[in-house]
Unconditional design. Structure first.
Length: 89
């Protein structure tokens, strides 16, 4: 089963990192105030980054490593990914 590590940008411009096995369902839950206590009062949220993994353990490990990054490092990760998507790489 594919799992995902993701970053959300909250309405107050903070970033939230999590993992899931269903991106669409998880984003919907966050925007309904059911996803996490942190995002419940910072809606709406927008998914700005995600990575795909083969299993839950890998996704959770990556979630932890992203949470250790500084805000600036997270923004660079998001920016690099957006650039990649625009150029079709």
């Amino acid at each position: 089963m594919e799992c995902y590590t993701y970053i959300l940008r909250c309405a107050d411009d903070t970033l939230y990192t999590g993992w899931t096995n269903n991106l669409e369902k998880r984003l919907k839950a966050h925007n309904e105030g059911k996803g996490a206590k942190y995002t419940a009062c910072r809606r709406p949220v927008e998914m700005v980054y995600h990575e795909v993994y083969d299993n839950k353990v890998e996704a959770m490990r990556r979630e932890y490593s992203i949470k250790q990054l500084s805000r600036k490092e997270k923004e660079l990760l998001i920016e690099k990914n957006m650039k990649k998507e625009r150029t079709g790489e």
